[in-house]
Design a protein around this ligand. Structure first.
Ligand code: ADP
Length: 315
């Protein structure tokens, strides 16, 4: 049975909606909500709700946050492999103002203690045809071990290089079959690895030939999917490996959506892409990307991240 293995973070998000973002010394009142998050967990929920057998590998504390993670994985049928860390479960404090701008503080807590050996053990059963998906909210040696486990088994290895402020080196990039940056992450990778300074806002307006050339420099052997929010995404393959597509590079428009909250759209996209690749390996890559776009569009129509993932199964 093809499976998706997600190694990554779980956070308890604490969200305050305020009129204006706080300045130093300010005391504000606002409406409060809490819920699950963390890129790893969000992507695992997306993969599962897209119909894939999904294992989520993470580290949790010994607290209410850990109980929440376990209960949610049970409810969604996610195969949770959680190490217990001597630290609180990860948290994020998020302020959102009336204009939708935000300010986020992440307390990695247990996520920072995700151990590479634990990850390798939890991914020992990965097989050819499976998909391994990781992000950069976990220690980089643990991320590398997840990707290596996938490569060694002949699985498809997806790296979502998020968040943008985490620097990775070439050795991490070469482990990925498919790299899925958003515009900000793509701009950060280009600056670091290709020596090109391109404004994140300008990425979506670049000529496709140029985007393709930049992607080829970034990941010569693999595919790059640059997600462009409401503008969809850009796909670039290596010449020798177009993954069933007839074009080596192309744009895919976003699916129309009545978007009310785009938090976690990228996570929805990544989880759904992984699920589609695992379940329908015979399909051309563009079909996986279209499915991921449909899934992500639906996720923007609900508030929240993990709990906003639609139940939209790969047909
Ligand atoms: P991130 O959340 O990582 O910044 P993006 O904003 O690029 O990621 O969104 C990921 C994908 O989600 C996009 O490629 C697109 O398919 C879909 N998406 C995002 N925002 C919208 C929207 N407003 N309408 C429809 N689809 C969207």
């Amino acid at each position: 049975m093809p499976r998706v293995f997600v190694a990554g973070s779980f956070n308890v998000d604490h969200v305050w909606r305020v009129a204006t973002l706080p300045s130093p010394g300010a005391t504000l009142s606002g409406s409060y909500a809490t819920g699950p998050g963390g890129k790893g967990f969000n992507q695992a929920v997306a993969a599962r709700r897209a119909g894939a057998d999904t294992r989520f590998v993470c580290a949790l504390g010994l607290d209410a946050g850990a109980q929440l993670a376990r209960a949610l994985c049970d409810a969604d049928g996610i195969d949770l492999h959680a190490a217990t860390a001597d630290a609180p479960t990860g948290t994020a404090g998020i302020y959102v103002d009336a204009q939708g701008r935000n300010c986020i503080v992440i307390g990695p807590g247990a996520n920072a203690a995700l151990d590479a050996e634990f990850v390798a053990h939890a991914l020992a059963g990965v097989a050819a045809g499976d998909v391994v998906l990781a992000q950069l909210e976990s220690p980089l040696d643990a991320v590398a071990r997840a990707l290596d486990a996938g490569r060694a088994a002949g699985a498809t290895v997806l790296l979502n290089p998020a968040p943008a402020n985490v620097a990775i080196d070439e050795t991490m990039l070469v482990r990925a079959d498919v790299l899925t940056p958003n515009e900000t992450e793509f701009a950060a990778l280009l600056l670091r690895h290709v020596g090109e300074r391109i404004d994140a806002d300008a990425v979506g307006n670049l000529d496709q030939q140029r985007l393709h050339a930049l992607c080829r420099e970034l990941l010569p052997h693999g595919s790059v999917v640059v997600t462009l929010g409401a503008s969809g995404c850009f796909v670039s393959h290596a010449d020798a490996e177009p993954r069933g597509d007839t074009a080596t590079f192309y744009r895919v428009a976003a699916e129309p959506a009545q978007a009310i909250d785009t938090t976690g759209a990228g996570d929805a996209f990544n989880g759904a892409l992984a699920a589609s690749l695992a379940q329908r390996p015979e399909r051309a890559f563009i079909e996986h990307v279209r499915f991921a776009g449909r899934f992500a569009a639906r996720s923007t129509e609900q508030a929240g991240a993990a709990l906003a993932m639609p139940h939209l199964v790969v047909e």
